[in-house]
Design a protein around this ligand. Sequence first.
Ligand SMILES: [Zn+2]
Length: 269
Amino acid sequence: MALDSASDTSLLLGREDVPPVLEENAGGSSPYLVTCDHYGRLIPKALGDLGLPESELTRHIAWDIGIAGVAERLSKQLDAHLVAQRYSRLVIDCNRPPVAPGSIPRISEATTIPGNEGLARETVEARREAIFDPYHRRIQEVIDARLREGIPTILVSLHSFTPVYAGIARPWHIGTLYQRDTRLPPLLLKLLRGEADLVVGDNEPYAVSDETDYTIPVHGEARGLMNSGIEIRQDLIADQAGQQQWADRLARVFREIEATLRAQRLLPA
Ligand SMILES: [Zn+2]
């Protein structure tokens, strides 16, 4: 039996919990559809603090620091539909296949997550049904509707990364994140590399794979959409000034890409 969204959320999310999906500019005119899997760091009331101190729940293991502010500003500047997910990836990671080991991490970087130890199958299912499924169902619905109405759609998945991971410093300011699309990522790389002050990663610090990623393979590649992920180093977007600067820069880059795609007839002229 198919579950409707009310019974989905009742398994884990209570009256005081907000819905997992946040949307902005739903009627936006832009071909870009912006997603943000690690937008928030909320934890459902029923799960308490997952056994972690506040200092762990505010760092990058819990969410993509700074990306919410960039996503909202970029969505506004481009007039692009944004679909974002408000709960912490420590509850369930919305960019991992639910069968992947890191879907509900028992250890993240070097931190053990007590609240994720020894979970029963129903508990795992409840997290998926309350958070992961509604988020991805909504992205799917949005893409379905756009395709049905003939609205050109380019998927952009926004993330941020920590400047140091497991003791290793990362030199990049920004990276592209892709697997099969050969249209958008080369344009994005070319324009980002044209920005004199940037060190740009090509599938760095992360690359996409079907085993470790969900949003790009499922909503971008399997649907035949032009797509790319973007990773911004979190210290550059930690405050509102940085978020504004990066949203301005990305809006300029994405507008230029849109014009190029129209000239190449990859978008309607
Ligand atoms: Zn992320």
